[in-house]
Design a protein around this ligand. Structure first.
Ligand SMILES: *[C@@H]1O[C@H](CO)[C@@H](O)[C@H](O)[C@H]1NC(C)=O
Ligand SMILES: *[C@@H]1O[C@H](CO)[C@@H](O)[C@H](O)[C@H]1NC(C)=O
Ligand SMILES: *[C@@H]1O[C@H](CO)[C@@H](O)[C@H](O)[C@H]1NC(C)=O
Length: 451
């Protein structure tokens, strides 16, 4: 869907507000099941496909329609609306992996529907609806300049739940008939976007309304490609994950644990606290100009002489070694870990080891996967993208209003037997240099890279 390998590379599916906005669409914050009158809900787990390099995205296969057909959807926690490239008929569509979705006329969502109002509120702050029978048109724009114009429709999604039932709720999503992303002749790896933000148009909020799952979503993106996505809280390792309350600002509907201080190799980089957003729709991580500059200086200052800066078409800042690197493991000992320390959480630290900020390209160079957000117009926002969330389970818990993370081997999809045993085998991240937590019995794999 987006120009993927022209630098600055990768998708950035973070929705941009079209007009200065009013954020009217706050998530449900019931707390962990108040009166106990909520319907029993279950979880759903999906395998993920894709990787950070060379594909630049993680996607899921969902069965939609009646009869249901599979579609590949880019997993995006940076926006609310799920949409498919759509034969409505199509004005401008990319070549997609499956035949275009065909809407059925009586499945159009009318603009008087509350979901349409909340969609418009989240996108532009303006909701126009002149007659009750009018359809719900929308235009969505992402931070990477991609956009889609479409109409809201309602169709069934087939979901297999962890309790082994298959449910087919009717959910509202976008039928996008006019996409502007790169050139329209470009082949898109996905048929559309899976919007998992916190607004009420989000699939997650709709599943909660149908009593199917809790308003909780998590993903585990594997460093080796693939991984898994889940809705609901059965898999969530509540007691072992690191949690920070979600921060809300008046202008943004993003998943953010608020602002963080940045450390490199155990030392503060001395930059202003950074406002951080978690966005699975972004391939790479973006820092605002000041922390980006500080990071690049610190990195360059700390490298051994065996590494030489080299130009590589993949990303702006790359190094080569004596021999081409085969994987990040060949080069990670040359680099130090970054740590984000979130002010809102109690000791809420996120370790970013070299494999969570470097890629090794097909030319055998190591490149920095943290990019200058100012160059793409992100201003003061800092985005943690897929590269940084790999091999961590990241949980967006809209029920309790918190975001959590924990190191995990993401290439193992938990099966039914392990759902409740998922807390075993993981350990707290260790940051002796910063907060002096004692070393617990963590496997060496997780300890190897702490400075
Ligand atoms: C599984 O959960 C769904 C959603 O809560 C529920 O409708 C269904 O009855 C459950 N199935 C079983 C077998 O318990
Ligand atoms: C979607 O369709 C279902 C079943 O046809 C209907 O009950 C529901 O009200 C519709 N939702 C919207 C938003 O139109
Ligand atoms: C980051 O981008 C901004 C805006 O283009 C630019 O002024 C700044 O020099 C860049 N920083 C670095 C370290 O390249």
């Amino acid at each position: 869907m987006a120009p993927r390998w022209a630098p600055p590379a990768g998708l950035v599916l973070l929705v941009l507000l079209l007009a200065s906005a009013v954020s009217g669409d706050k998530p449900l914050r019931g707390g962990p099941s108040g009166a106990g009158k909520e319907p029993e809900s279950s979880s759903a787990i999906f395998p993920l496909y894709g990787d950070v390099y060379p594909h630049g995205l993680y996607y899921v296969s969902m069965n939609i329609g009646n009869p249901s057909r599979p579609y590949f959807l880019d997993v995006d926690t940076g926006s609310d609306l799920t949409w498919l490239q759509c034969d409505a008929p199509c004005v401008s569509c990319n070549k997609v992996p499956h035949p275009l979705y065909r809407p059925i006329k009586n499945k159009l969502v009318p603009c008087v529907d509350q979901l349409c109002a909340s969609l418009h509120g989240g996108l532009s702050g303006r909701h126009k609806c002149d007659s009750p029978h009018q359809q719900c048109d929308y235009e969505i724009r992402y931070a990477d300049q991609g956009s889609s114009i479409g109409v809201l429709v309602n169709d069934s999604f087939a979901l297999r739940l962890a309790n082994s039932s298959v449910v087919r709720p009717s959910l509202a999503f976008g039928c996008g008939y006019d996409q502007q992303v790169g050139s329209s002749s470009e082949v898109s790896p996905t048929d559309g976007v899976l919007g998992l933000g916190s607004g009420s148009i989000s699939l997650l909020s709709q599943l909660k309304k149908h009593g199917i799952s809790k308003n909780v979503v998590g993903h585990c993106l594997s460093l080796r490609g693939g991984g898994f996505l889940f809705f609901g809280d059965d898999l969530v390792p509540y007691s072992r994950a690191t949690w920070a309350p979600m921060a809300r600002s008046a202008f943004r509907n993003y998943y953010s644990p608020g602002s963080a201080s940045l450390y490199f190799g155990g030392r503060s980089l001395g930059v202003r606290p950074m406002e951080v957003v978690f966005d699975s729709g972004s391939s790479f991580t973006y820092f605002a100009a000041q922390p980006y500059q500080a990071l690049v200086s610190a990195l360059k200052g700390g490298l051994s002489r065996t590494l030489k800066e080299v130009s590589d078409p993949s990303l702006p800042l790359c190094w080569k070694g004596k021999k081409p690197f085969k994987s990040v493991l060949d080069v990670k000992k040359e680099f130090k870990s970054l740590v984000l320390s979130f002010a809102n959480g109690k000791k809420a630290l996120m370790e970013i080891p070299p494999e969570n900020y470097l890629i090794v390209t097909k030319y055998g160079n190591a490149c920095l996967g943290i990019l200058n957000g100012s160059e793409v117009g992100l201003k003061d926002l800092n985005i943690l993208g897929d590269i940084t969330m790999q091999d961590q389970m990241v949980i967006y818990d809209n029920e309790r209003g918190q975001i959590g993370w924990i190191r995990a081997p993401c290439d193992r999809i938990p099966n039914d037997n392990t759902i409740h045993g998922f807390e075993e085998g993981y350990c707290w991240p260790q940051f002796p240099g910063i907060i002096g937590l004692p070393n617990e019995d963590c496997p060496a794999y997780y300890r190897s890279n702490i400075v």
